[in-house]
Design a protein around this ligand. Structure first.
Ligand code: ATP
Ligand code: MG
Length: 99
């Protein structure tokens, strides 16, 4: 079970040979780009046990944009407390436990 988010644009797409590189820190083809945006996005998604990907959108053979997506698992709700006496507190999420 995952939640998925995706966004499409109508730009030039990402050339196949660049698809792995675009997530590298400081990789940028923009004159003023830092090359941090996608690295940061992917790090955040993966820290939530998710995955991120991009694919190009075609009109026939022509690339007419691309679509970035990420999905993260729905957090299972854990019971806290002694199993013999039942839950001692309200269920908490993995994120709440980590805090
Ligand atoms: N929607 C897109 N369409 C085509 N290429 C893209 C797209 N988004 C990113 N890229 C390519 O991936 C590279 C890395 O993107 P990233 O967002 O990490 O850095 P940046 O946009 O160059 O700089 P910044 O750190 O300001 O975000 C871009 O320089 C560009 O070459
Ligand atoms: Mg960017």
């Amino acid at each position: 079970e995952v939640v998925e988010f995706s966004v499409r644009d109508s730009g030039n797409g990402v050339p196949d040979e660049m698809i792995e590189r675009i997530y590298e820190a400081f990789y940028s083809t923009k004159s003023e780009g830092m090359g941090i945006g996608l690295k940061l996005c992917r790090s955040i998604v993966e820290s939530h046990h998710g995955r991120m990907q991009v694919h190009n959108i075609y009109n026939g053979e022509e690339v007419v944009g691309c679509c970035f997506s990420f999905w993260i698992p729905v957090v299972s709700r854990l019971k806290v407390g002694d199993a013999s006496t039942g839950p001692a507190t309200e269920p908490v999420t993995d994120t709440e436990r980590a805090r």
